[in-house]
Structure formats: C-alpha cells, structure tokens
Design a binder for this molecule. Structure first.
Ligand code: HEC
Ligand code: HEC
Length: 242
C-alpha cells in the first residue's frame, strides 16, 4: 500500500486521506488535478481546446464527468479533446466526482473572451430551437440532461455542436451516447457555419459577452454586424471619422 501511494505521488497524482478533509476541501484538493488543463481559476485554455468550467451548474459538471468516465463521450477516435478528458475522468470515483463538481460550481465564473461574431438577430431566431432544451437564457435543463450553454467559450460551442451530427462525430450516436441523440436535431439546424456563428453570437449576447468586433459596439444597436461584410456593407462609419 505504501509503495502504491508512493508511486501515485511520484506520478504527481494527489494522495490524501479521505478522513482528513471535508467534502469541500476534498473538492479543492481534487481540483489540483484539473488545473494544468482547465487553469488555476477554471478559465480553460483555448490552445489546448479545454473549455472554461468555473461556475458551471453542479449537476452539469457531474453529468459531463460521468459521461467521460463511462465513455459515452470520448469513444469517437476523432474526438481528441474528449479523449484527453476521458483519461482524467476515469481516475475519479463517484465521491470524487461529487466533491469536485461541487467545488467547480462554486468557482467564480470565468470571463469569456469572444472570438466569434455573427448576426445577433438571426442568431436569436435560430436559438428558438435550442431554447426548447437548453432553456430561454441558455441556463440548461437538468430534467432533459441538456447542459447550460452560458459559461462555455464560443469556440467550444462552435466545435462541439457539429460533433452531434453523424457525418462529423459520434456524440449523437444513440448506441454510444443515448442522451446525445436528442441533440442531433438541434445540431442539424445549425450545421451551416454561418447559422452556427449567428446562434453563438446570440448565446454570447445573452450573457453580456459581445462579439469581438468593436465596430459592432460602436455602430448603432440596430445595425447588424455580419460574418460576410462583403455581402452587407451598410455598417456605419466608425466614430473617429465623424
Ligand atoms: C489533460 C487535460 C485535462 C484535465 C487534466 C482535465 N480536463 Fe476537463 N476537459 C479537458 C478537455 C480537452 C475538455 C473538452 C472535451 C471535449 O471537447 O469533449 C474537457 C472538458 C471538461 C468538462 C466538460 C465541460 C462541458 O460542460 O462541456 C468538464 C465538466 C471537465 N472537463 C471537468 C474537469 C475536471 C473537474 C477535471 C479535474 C478533476 C478535469 N476536467 C481535468 C481536458 C482536461
Ligand atoms: C431536443 C433537445 C435539444 C435541442 C433542441 C438542442 N440541444 Fe444541445 N444538447 C442537448 C442535450 C441532451 C445535450 C447533452 C448531450 C450529451 O450528453 O452529450 C446537448 C449538448 C449540447 C452541447 C454540448 C454541451 C457541453 O457541455 O459540451 C452544445 C454546445 C449544444 N448542445 C448546443 C446546442 C445548440 C446551439 C442548439 C440549437 C441550435 C441545441 N444544442 C439544441 C439537447 C438539445
């Protein structure tokens, strides 16, 4: 046993006595395992395709950890980020998952850096479908196992959504991830990249995160920024030139 513990600590894996910590500090101890990918404050890491998780609903963190652990997510050989997360989740037992989920949910939500700009109004129309499961304010719906979309980085939503389509991934394969099958119809409505950008722009707008273009803020609220400026050139001149 001692040798086993020594081996674990020499691998940099955390060792603790279950009795020595309350559930909460156990969560914070466990979070040390997550830090190198998800960051000190749960802010995520775009370069490593790691989403922010700080402040996500406890049930949603738990749900996702259980999915990675059971292999419902991370089975697809092409879903490399999910595979990386799977190897982490497999090291956690049910109590660990409960404790770390609680800890993560209590972290201060990360500030999202917008990287995707779209047509907010068109995105709002597109979001009507998503709202049936993910909620009017993208807050998620535990009864439907639909995670909150707020708090997730825009680039992550952009990449994750099409993975539910049979053509691009197996997240929606009913034999692999039964809950994911519900999401296939949703993913299908935004399989077009422009639609996806628009709906994501709206999801970001819902939580007060605007598109990256400053001109969007500076132009009148009614004027729409678009992913294809060549098609719609009616954007007002920036302030400086007035
Ligand atoms: C080796 C890097 C790595 C480590 C360590 C790691 N993660 Fe992750 N995590 C990822 C990646 C990459 C993803 C995105 C997976 C995907 O695209 O499906 C992810 C996704 C998640 C998600 C899903 C977010 C969502 O709702 O979509 C949760 C929750 C999560 N991680 C929690 C944790 C927790 C808690 C720990 C520590 C116990 C941890 N992770 C450790 C890389 C890591
Ligand atoms: C019929 C219900 C339903 C609809 C409609 C739906 N979703 Fe989902 N969505 C789900 C469920 C259930 C999951 C969890 C799937 C899983 O377990 O892998 C999910 C997962 C997701 C995820 C991954 C979340 C994460 O934490 O990794 C994203 C992103 C997403 N949906 C975006 C959308 C968008 C955008 C729309 C609208 C265009 C949409 N969904 C419409 C049910 C739905």
């Amino acid at each position: 046993m001692r040798r086993y513990l020594y081996l674990l600590s020499s691998l940099g894996i955390l060792v603790w006595s279950p009795l020595a910590f309350s559930a909460e500090s156990r969560g914070s101890q466990l979070y040390k395992l997550c830090e190198k990918c998800h960051g000190l404050h749960g802010e995520g890491n775009k370069d490593l395709l790691v989403p922010s998780i700080a402040g996500r609903a406890e049930w949603a963190v738990k749900l996702m950890l259980e999915k990675y652990k059971s292999g419902k997510l991370g089975k697809d050989p092409g879903d490399e980020p999910a595979i990386r997360m799977t190897s982490m989740a497999r090291m956690l037992n049910d109590k660990d998952i409960a404790a770390v989920s609680k800890f993560v949910s209590q972290m201060k939500p990360a500030k999202l850096e917008p990287t995707i700009v779209g047509d907010t109004d068109h995105g709002e129309a597109k979001y009507a479908v998503c709202s049936a499961c993910h909620g009017k304010d993208a807050e998620g719906n535990q009864a439907l196992n639909a995670p909150p979309l707020i708090g997730l980085p825009d680039w992550y939503i952009f990449k994750a959504t099409p993975k539910y389509l049979a053509a691009t991934g197996r997240r929606g394969d009913v034999t692999v991830n039964p809950e994911g099958a519900a999401m296939v119809a949703g993913a299908d409505t935004v399989k077009d990249e422009k639609d996806r950008r628009d709906v994501i722009d709206y999801i970001m707008a819902l939580q007060g995160v605007r598109g990256k273009s400053e001109e969007k803020k500076e132009s009148s609220n009614k004027e729409k920024a678009t992913v294809m400026p060549s098609v719609e050139k009616k954007v007002e001149a920036p302030k400086e030139s007035k």
